[in-house]
Design a protein around this ligand. Structure first.
Ligand code: EPU
Length: 437
């Protein structure tokens, strides 16, 4: 058993090399002078280019098929072009990634619950991801894909391979008339990326400051806060298929974004590893200040003077007062989703509890604040020794130290049961439950 992609080709009678990453993706290495390469990435979006990829795959006309080793040795005869920027400071290394054994995932997840992965690898490139995928295919081992570990609760040790996506890099695709298109490696830290974009004057993500996790996880659940969702600034993402190794580009429509939802959580769950995400930003992006708490924060400043940086600071201030910092107190942000009720379901709830915090939706349904329900049911600040409900935000479950995933889940189940009993509303976890039996 082996991955179908990438495939390696050369142009007959010339030094030109190709690597085919998927049905619509190939990279061309063209010789430049005696010692350099000119590298072109192609995404076959239109039919004639797709035909070209097909002919490269079949190596029909002028191309020859090469093994990975032969292709690599031809490539190494010339220098590589310079590497792109990274938001942070981790240096790239050329060595193959190492598979490690028996790694405790506590420090790789924001809940900080101890659970061991039988095997673990951090992938810094598409090649590393494919290496890990082949490795686990050969051993038939289960795969756990990890970003910043900010949205998962481990219920047990992981008997298979945990693959941490550590692909870095930021590359500007287009910078014209104040509109910027930029592609970011899935392994960049989300908040660092938001700050980096701000520093460069690329605006539109300010309201999403301080959300924990990595860039690659952001489309999975279409992260959102204070009136902005990822999908508002999303251009496309590229992902590698876990079975075939093929690379595919998904635009916003293909991602089927919804409230904390995407195709990667539903019909395509477990099928893809997101390796990079492209954003569409603007120098003069409109400020998103509609959210009450932001207005409250900004009211000390005259409205004409509000800047993107003021909005980011306001968001960071609100978040740091309401939400616990995972570096200090284990948590995974909102543990539950805000339930969406039909008008028929919502009306009796509102009649019985006129104060219920809610947001009418454009389709006539109502999103109810789960935090309100949980607080009213008496759970806010509840302490069970090793874990509990956060004192400032009832939606967040916290880990004080020494709890297991099962302990936290028991608390979640007790809350869900109680809220169902008192309000007739079924809550659902927003956080992914890993290894729950
Ligand atoms: N509320 C309470 N008690 C609480 C918490 C909230 O009564 O303990 C009430 C508030 O009074 C308010 C309403 O619930 O009327 C909404 O609360 P808040 O504005 O704090 O937002 P949220 O609905 O609790 C959502 C997201 C957060 C995001 C904020 C800000 C979900 C599940 N959560 O929380 O996302 O930061 O809005 O936009 O949609 C996350 O996903 O990890 C996360 C933190």
């Amino acid at each position: 058993m082996s991955l179908e992609f990438p495939l390696y080709r050369a142009l007959n009678g010339s030094d030109t090399l190709y690597r085919i990453d998927g049905l619509r993706h190939f990279v061309e290495w063209q010789p430049l002078g005696k010692s350099r390469w000119l590298v072109h990435e192609h995404v076959a979006e239109i039919y004639p280019s797709q035909v070209l990829v097909q002919s490269l795959i079949q190596a029909e006309d002028a191309q020859v098929k090469l093994s990975r080793e032969e292709w690599n040795s031809r490539r190494l005869k010339r220098e590589e072009p310079e590497q792109e920027h990274t938001v942070g400071t981790i240096a790239k290394t050329a060595a193959d990634p190492a598979i490690q054994e028996g790694i405790d995932l506590a420090s790789w997840t924001t809940f900080g619950i101890s659970a061991h992965a039988a095997h673990w690898i951090s992938a810094r490139s598409d090649d590393d991801v494919r290496f890990a995928l082949s490795w686990r295919q050969e051993r038939n081992s289960a795969l756990l894909v990890m970003g910043g570990g900010s949205n998962m609760l481990m219920h047990a040790d992981w008997e298979g391979l945990a693959l941490h996506v550590g692909i870095r890099g930021v590359r500007v695709l287009k910078d014209e008339d104040g509109r910027i298109e930029v592609v970011v490696g899935a392994g960049e830290n989300w908040h660092d990326w938001v700050m980096y974009a701000m520093k460069n004057g690329w605006h539109g993500l300010e309201n999403l400051a301080l959300i924990p996790g990595q860039v690659g996880a952001s489309p999975m659940q279409n992260i959102g806060a204070y009136g902005v969702e990822l999908k508002d600034r999303f251009l496309w993402l590229e992902a590698i298929h876990v079975q075939t190794g093929s690379l595919k580009r998904f635009d916003a429509t293909a991602c089927e974004f919804g409230y904390r939802e995407s195709i990667f959580k539903s019909s395509e769950k477990g099928q893809w590893i997101i390796v990079r995400v492209a954003f569409s930003l603007e120098e003069n992006a409109p400020l998103q200040t509609g959210y009450g708490a932001i207005q409250q924060e900004l009211k000390a400043l005259p409205e004409q003077s509000w800047t993107h940086s003021d909005v980011a600071k306001a968001v960071m201030h609100i978040r740091s007062t309401k939400l616990p910092d995972p570096k200090e107190l284990g948590n995974a942000g909102s543990f539950f989703k805000n339930p969406v009720l039909s008008s028929d379901e919502f009306k009796p709830l509102q009649t019985a509890h006129p104060q219920v915090a809610h947001y009418p939706q454009s389709d006539g349904s109502f999103k109810v604040a789960a935090g309100w329900l949980i607080e009213q049911a008496g759970w806010k600040g509840k302490h069970r020794g090793t874990h509990g409900v956060h004192v400032n935000q009832a939606l967040v479950l916290v880990h004080y130290g020494g709890a297991t995933g099962a302990d936290i889940w028991q608390l979640a189940e007790d809350i869900m049961h109680d809220v169902r009993l008192k309000y007739g509303v079924q809550l659902e976890p927003e956080v992914n439950q890993i290894g729950r039996h």
